[in-house]
Design a protein around this ligand. Structure first.
Ligand code: GZL
Length: 371
């Protein structure tokens, strides 16, 4: 397997960021706001895909071999993330993809990365199940001369990767908290008693969303009755919500689910317990991801607000690889475009760190265009 020549920059990630933002998204890191903005929408995925076809022939005609160690298959979001990568890293586009579904098992994920090293692949893509425990295997990748690209979740105990493409999870948590404050004021909800169903413990998505929402809760003096992990799954969301309906019967008026699949399970549990939720119910239901089915539940007046996390990283990872292949230095941080969704009655004005946020009304067209 031909080893691709790699520029010196492969050793570590620099602090240059490319803010791929528009609409409701805003990344709170000020240095990124100075970076060139690039809209990263579904339409530019098509454009990027078209570009990929135009450049399908690599310099020597060989396929670029890519290993992808994916978190698992736990959610609608994950399905879309996997599809985005498989659509881009196809033979037609000049790639040979080795894909491993690590089934939410960190040991299996490390094993998958080591198998990619043994296969002497050209590039390794990782969506890290949890944010720690990575430096040893990333050192092995570096010693093997194989550049690593991290997508979606972050790695917090090593910088031995060439780029990261993903979301600012704390911003998503802050958006949910600031929206709830503005919505509660508009609707005359004087007291917030919330229960939280968090994502996979130790995943940067869970850490960031919890941190952001808790920061607003602390500032506003809200009562967070409990936070337990639903592991980003529908079964997990249902099980935790069943416990909450028993332990906190009649005490909570807000449920925060850290992804749509947990919200689907929580709704089943609340239905079974006779708890009403949604814009016309007793409980405000907040969710994250904004997958198609999640937006359908917003339209059905079940989820009151849904905070998007964009899974379509494939074309942006391809840009990183094509830049390296052509001897260039890729952007080392790419933030995805994200929007905050609700029905018109729940669209309120709010800011994150003084920056006004735009909300997107859920319509049939918006649902049709979602991932
Ligand atoms: C977030 C991603 C999370 C989604 C969940 O970037 O890692 O994992 O929010 C998924 O749906 O399971």
């Amino acid at each position: 397997m031909k080893k691709r020549f790699l520029s010196l920059m492969c050793a570590s990630v620099m602090a240059v960021g490319l803010l791929a933002g528009c609409g409701g998204s805003s990344d709170s890191s000020s240095d990124e706001s100075a970076a060139t903005e690039e809209s990263a929408t579904a339409s530019s995925e098509e454009e990027a895909s078209a570009d990929i076809k135009a450049d399908a022939d690599t310099s020597d005609g060989e396929l670029i071999t890519v290993g992808f160690a994916q978190v698992g298959h736990e959610s609608d979001w994950r399905t879309a993330s996997t599809k985005s990568a498989q659509d881009v890293f196809s033979e037609e586009n000049g790639y040979e993809l080795s894909f491993v579904d690590c089934d939410n098992d960190s040991a299996a994920q490390l094993e998958a990365v080591r198998s990619f090293i043994e296969q002497d692949l050209d590039y390794i893509i990782i969506d890290p199940i949890v944010s720690t425990g990575w430096d040893t295997v990333l050192t092995e990748c570096e010693e093997a001369g194989i550049p690593v690209i991290v997508i979606d979740r972050t790695i917090d105990d090593s910088d031995k990767y060439v780029a990261w493409v993903g979301s600012n999870f704390k911003t998503e948590g802050l958006a949910a908290g600031e929206w709830l404050k503005a919505y509660a004021e508009e609707k005359g909800i004087s007291e917030i008693n919330a229960v939280v169903i968090s994502g996979t413990t130790g995943a940067s998505a869970q850490i960031g969303r919890s941190e952001g929402f808790q920061e607003i809760a602390d500032r506003e003096g809200w009562n967070i009755l409990d936070e337990q992990t639903g592991d980003f799954t529908e079964d997990g969301g249902q099980e935790v919500m069943e416990n909450y309906c028993k332990s906190y019967e009649g005490q909570f008026n807000v449920v925060v689910c850290q992804n749509d699949n947990e919200a689907f399970g929580a709704m089943t549990a609340m239905d079974n317990a006779g708890v009403s939720y949604g814009p016309n119910g007793d409980v405000v239901l907040i969710s994250f991801d904004a997958c198609t089915a999640g937006l359908e539940d917003v339209a059905a007046e079940k989820i009151t607000a849904d905070f998007e996390c964009n899974p379509l990283a494939g074309p942006f990872v391809d840009e990183v690889i094509k830049t390296i292949e052509s001897g260039g230095t890729p952007e080392t941080e790419v933030y995805m475009v994200e929007h905050w969704f609700a029905l018109s009655d729940a669209i309120v004005d709010f800011e994150i760190d003084g920056e006004a946020q735009e909300m997107t009304e859920v319509t049939d067209d918006v649902i049709e265009a979602q991932y």
